[in-house]
Design a protein around this ligand. Structure first.
Ligand code: AMP
Length: 279
């Protein structure tokens, strides 16, 4: 695996690959890698000739400075993991390479950014759109791979591609879970032992909701998920909603949408976990 930290070095390699007629698959990450990230790289390898991964903790998407400070970082381990799955090129830039000057762009994604994560993490998705568009401009991939775990982010990135006319195919990748159902996340390593023990209740409540979805109305369904999680000590639900998978509009019945998704954010102590399920 080649490693570069500058835009210039990256573009020299990428241009040569493209001149060879080969396609570029891109996997943006913030590091602290786990099997979820590696599955994206695996899919990118199967669907492209040359895979670029980026490792960049984007300061613009953290609406809480403590969260940015505490974000887990382990570049050495990440490099070894990327090498083990056959990533071709790692881009690990310093902040000034991604943002040579302050990025003041304000994106308008309408309701997509006003609900759920957008409501509880103001400015977060604008920062995500800034970094993803900068990285797309730098890497110019043919395909880019994103996890369905960050389901709202995926919807927004698809919209970003439309708004900015990027000639890039966005490839959604399934959520990879621990054996007890907890969605893999870099933040899981920040959980205390007690919080880690109860965290699988989140996905259990979502799967149970899916099982009974046809039997009860949506309001009852929502409160059953919230009740199940909140009756577990140490877990506190920030939001749970059932929305249309494309527009993210809240549904008043499941039949209103051909792709209903239940999306949740839960605090396990200081650590905020998100997950979702397609109904
Ligand atoms: P992050 O490093 O958290 O910004 O995530 C980088 C990419 O990995 C994003 O596209 C995420 O959606 C994806 N990702 C994170 N966790 C998982 C997971 N458990 N399964 C699949 N993809 C994931």
């Amino acid at each position: 695996m080649q490693k570069v930290t500058s835009v210039r070095a990256l573009q020299e390699i990428v241009s040569a690959v493209k001149a060879n007629g080969e396609s570029i698959g891109f996997v943006p990450t913030m590091g602290a890698l786990h099997n979820g990230h590696l599955s994206l790289v695996g899919k990118a390898k199967r669907e492209s000739d040359f895979v670029v991964a980026s490792l960049f903790v984007n300061p613009n998407q953290f609406n809480n400075s403590k969260d940015l400070e505490n974000y887990p970082r382990d570049s050495k381990r990440d490099i070894a993991l990327l090498e083990s799955v056959g990533c071709d090129l790692l881009f690990e830039p310093p902040v000034y390479e991604v943002y040579p000057e302050e990025d003041t762009r304000e994106f308008n994604f309408g309701t997509l950014t006003q609900v759920m994560e957008g409501e509880f993490r103001p400015g977060h998705f604008n920062g995500v759109a800034q970094v993803v568009s900068r990285l797309f401009d730098i890497v110019m991939p043919n395909r880019a791979f994103f996890g369905q775990k960050d389901f709202q982010q995926l919807a927004i990135i698809k919209q970003l591609v439309k708004i900015c006319n990027y000639d890039i195919t966005i490839v959604p990748c399934e959520t990879i879970r621990e054996s007890d159902g907890l969605a893999m996340s870099s933040r899981n390593q920040l959980l205390t032992e007690q919080h880690r023990t109860v965290a699988p209740v989140i996905y259990r409540a979502l799967t149970r909701a899916k099982e009974i979805a046809k039997e009860i109305d949506i309001a009852e369904l929502k409160s059953s998920v919230v009740d199940e999680i909140e009756s577990t000590p140490l877990l506190e639900v920030e939001y749970f909603d059932i929305v249309d998978g494309l527009t993210l509009e809240s549904l008043s019945s499941l039949s209103q949408s051909s792709n209903p998704v239940g999306a949740i954010a839960v605090f396990a102590g200081e650590v905020r976990l998100i997950d979702n399920i397609i109904f």
